[in-house]
Design a protein around this ligand. Sequence first.
Ligand code: ATP
Ligand code: MG
Length: 303
Amino acid sequence: MSGPASSLSHGGDGIRSGSVADGRPLRPGVDISHRAILYLEAINVSFDGFRALNDLSLTVDAGELRCVIGPNGAGKTSLFNCISGFYRPNAGTILFEGRDIGRVHPPARAKIGLARTFQNIALFRGMTVLDNIKLGRHAHMRTGLLDALVYWGPARLEEIEVRAEIEQRVIDFLEIDHIRNQPVAALSYGLRKRVELARALAMRPKVLMLDEPVAGMNREEREDIARFILDVKQEWGVTILMVEHDMSLVMDISDHVVVLNFGKVIARGLPAEVAANEEVVRAYLGDGDVTALQARIQGARAA
Ligand SMILES: Nc1ncnc2c1ncn2[C@@H]1O[C@H](COP(=O)(O)OP(=O)(O)OP(=O)(O)O)[C@@H](O)[C@H]1O
Ligand SMILES: [Mg+2]
């Protein structure tokens, strides 16, 4: 387990001294870590008066793997929807690399380096694996292939070749070359999840958001994905923000864990700190046996 030491805290996000990319603090009294690639402050999201996210603040440092956990309905996917631009918060600020992206549309957010996978796989089932992955590439292309040939000439063609190379790198890396021409509908659930990861990687993200990447997978598939996620972080240098219910995976691969309940951050810290936190365990368990669940979490870590 790597990552800087941090203490478990409630409320703020351990905001340290430093500055945003342009050197000026966001607003008086707010000063963020220079390492924060993603910074959310006081995000509120409501649906018909129901607060899905309630004054939520979160920092993600460049190069880390930060995991967001919490019971069903805690607001984890809503958080991802805010970062990727599918939901517009009622209030709050989102900075990416020091830049306020509140008014940036979802495709443009993908283009500047924010990619995600979805809790319910979002692939075109009738299309092949390769064509689905190519859709990731289109985040970076303003025009289709024909337009590129006509209007952009050799420089643009070179770029297309580079993209094709990236796709092949992603395909090789995720070991899905043997299925590249198969329709997605013919694949197992685990492979479909892997193709979705490939599509996100083909977008060359700076931050990769994974919404329950191992949900519904068997043990072997889970282990494969865990290895890929760690390699994406370590070898590709991609920052990862991951939502996951699988505690053993969370405890194994996260640098930091943030816990949501009812749209609020109830705890954050190193995985071991969070696992030892009674409020976290209660959030998962209601009024059940805290000691028993703690033992289960510890057991998952040891396994
Ligand atoms: N578009 C929406 N319209 C109305 N309510 C919504 C919408 N999106 C989310 N919510 C509500 O906000 C709350 C948080 O939902 P969200 O999907 O973010 O939870 P989650 O933490 O991802 O849960 P799970 O672990 O089950 O995926 C839920 O009560 C949900 O019903
Ligand atoms: Mg969800």
